[in-house]
Unconditional design. Structure first.
Length: 554
């Protein structure tokens, strides 16, 4: 007995020395609110996250969950509407994450990846965030197909999504609906790679996006609220802002109403392309503060539609902001600006296929190349010598206009390139050009100028049928221009302005040569002789047969 006791003590000591522990492996997938999963089911989301392995999946069934979750590991959180866009799809019963006394998600851990899909978030008090990350390096967040709301436009300093501190953030914020809050919506106050796509911000007071030092894309979002849409600040930005709709009104108490705002410390690249700025107090604003101005050198604003804004662009900086090839609500030259905005060329068709531009010309040393469908040329005769000739060129058209024919002082020449159909029997080479001075006040001149069209010989059937035509009283009238087949040009001297075009008249079809009447008679006689020979031959054959028969009978 003593022997067994000694062995027991020795065995116990050996086990204690080696400190064997038997750990239960954490599950890769768990559930919240699904009792059929038994030991893999948990009562709260926080408990399920604690239990699942790092990077594991937590499935949450429909219901209400009061949660304040502090993250310490990577996690994939899957709600009942994980695959359903709240802005376009039909959602089933929601899993609602609620809080009245603390942030719903909070993180300070490095190197974690968090995915949140298919939930409704509801905040019921001020100073509570949906997501708060105040530190943590190299973190990745994917937030998709969720609904985020507060109960009474609740306020929180900095923002309801707050990413700051640390470095190396990767954020995907897609297909969410965010509504009914006060303050910033999504705020990134650190360097980060972002993708913000297909979200709707609605009925909020503050900013939808407040971004600092970010790289990435903001596209296809609908931003409808009060005070502000997207705010860009700090010096290390590289963003594409494309395909978004901005409708931001001014608040009676807080003002604003800015779709896109470049703050005073902004620097970097911003491509603002193919967006809709409609019914904002200010479509795009450039802000300065304490004499600090943003660096707009790499900002491109192009291919957008501005319509119904009180001001399309307000530029408070001393440098110009470049905004060509946009639609400004009509074909008229845009005027809803404050400050220096380089808006030319501008769209004169809403589908952005035709454009107009304006140029100031003060020298005749080189031809003025015209590139748009409508070209406004500002000129003052006092800037030129009397013998100068102004040359204006576009494609195959060249206008050589002596400056001495200009009226005194400032003048505006408008040259419009028009598509048109040629009249029947003609071929239009190139397009119709309309020439107007001072809105039509000057149409005839005390002297001549030349209009030259260059043609492609491969497109011309017969150069002798080329001419420059003047459209007068509803008809195209040939002007007797000079054709040079060596230079492939057609030149006309004029003393008036109107609509002109280069056309080729179709060649007349050749009439067949008449048939000689004598030939007809000869052919008729020949035919008659042939017709008489046929019965004569038959009669001779019959007579021969009759004679032969008589001989045989004899």
């Amino acid at each position: 007995m003593k022997r067994f006791g000694i062995l027991f003590v020795v065995a116990t000591m050996i086990l204690a020395a080696f400190s064997f522990t038997f750990a239960v492996e954490e599950p890769a997938e768990v559930w919240v609110g699904d009792e059929s999963k038994q030991e893999l089911n948990f009562g709260t989301i926080a408990e399920a996250i604690d239990a699942v392995k790092d990077g594991g999946i937590v499935n949450v069934v429909a219901g209400e969950y009061e949660e304040n979750i502090v993250l310490s590991k990577s996690i994939i959180l899957v709600g009942p509407n994980a695959g359903v866009d709240p802005n376009s799809g039909n959602r089933e019963n929601e899993a609602v994450l609620k809080s009245d006394n603390g942030h719903i998600f909070k993180n300070t851990t490095d190197e974690i990846a968090v995915t949140i899909q298919g939930f409704t978030f509801e905040v019921g008090a001020n100073d509570i965030r949906f997501v708060s990350q105040t530190s943590g390096n190299d973190t990745a967040w994917t937030i998709e197909n969720n609904i985020f709301e507060t109960t009474d436009k609740n306020y929180v300093v900095n923002g309801h999504f707050w990413f700051t501190g640390g470095s190396g953030l990767v954020l995907k914020f897609n297909n969410n609906y965010v509504s009914n809050y006060f303050s910033n919506g999504l705020m990134v106050a650190r360097d980060g790679q972002i993708e913000v796509m297909n979200n709707v911000w609605d009925d909020y007071l503050g900013w939808a996006l407040n971004l600092n030092n970010v790289t990435g894309v903001i596209s296809d979002n609908v931003i409808e609220g009060a005070m502000g849409g997207v705010l860009l600040e700090n010096p290390a930005n590289d963003v594409d802002i494309m395909g978004n709709t901005f409708t931001v009104s001014a608040d009676p108490d807080y003002g604003g109403g800015v779709g896109l705002n470049f703050y005073h410390r902004f620097a970097g690249t911003a491509n603002v392309i193919d967006n809709q700025f409609a019914n904002n107090a200010i479509g795009i604003n450039v802000r300065i503060e304490n004499d600090v101005e943003p660096d707009l050198g790499d900002v491109v604003i192009s291919g957008n539609h501005f319509d119904g804004n009180e001001n399309d662009i307000v530029n408070n900086a001393s440098s110009s902001i470049t905004a060509p090839l946009n639609w400004w609500g009509s074909a008229d030259e845009p005027v809803a600006f404050v400050g220096d905005v380089d808006y030319a060329p501008w769209a004169i068709s809403e589908d952005l296929t035709t454009f107009a531009t304006r140029k100031a010309v003060s020298s005749a040393d080189a031809p003025v190349e015209l590139e748009e469908d409508v070209n406004y040329i500002n000129i003052n005769a006092n800037d030129f010598a009397d013998e100068d000739v102004l040359t204006l060129k576009q494609n195959g058209m060249e206008l050589n206009f002596p400056v001495s024919l200009l009226p005194e002082g400032d003048a505006e020449i408008t040259i419009t390139k028009k598509a048109a159909d040629a009249p029947e029997g003609f071929k239009l080479l190139g397009q119709v050009y309309s020439f107007v001075m001072n809105d039509g006040a000057n149409t005839e001149f005390d002297g001549t100028f030349t209009l030259v069209f260059t043609y492609d010989p491969d497109e011309v059937d017969n150069p002798e049928n080329l001419d420059i035509y003047w459209f007068n009283n509803g008809e195209w009238v040939a002007q007797g221009a000079v054709v040079d087949t060596d230079a492939n040009t057609v030149t006309l001297e004029l003393d008036h302005w109107s609509d002109f075009a280069l056309m080729e008249e179709a060649a007349e079809e050749e009439t067949p040569a008449p048939i000689d009447e004598d030939d007809d008679d000869e052919l008729a006689e020949t035919g008659s002789n042939i017709m008489w020979l046929i019965p004569l031959g038959l009669m001779l054959i019959y007579a021969s047969a009759f004679v032969l028969r008589r001989r045989v009978l004899a």
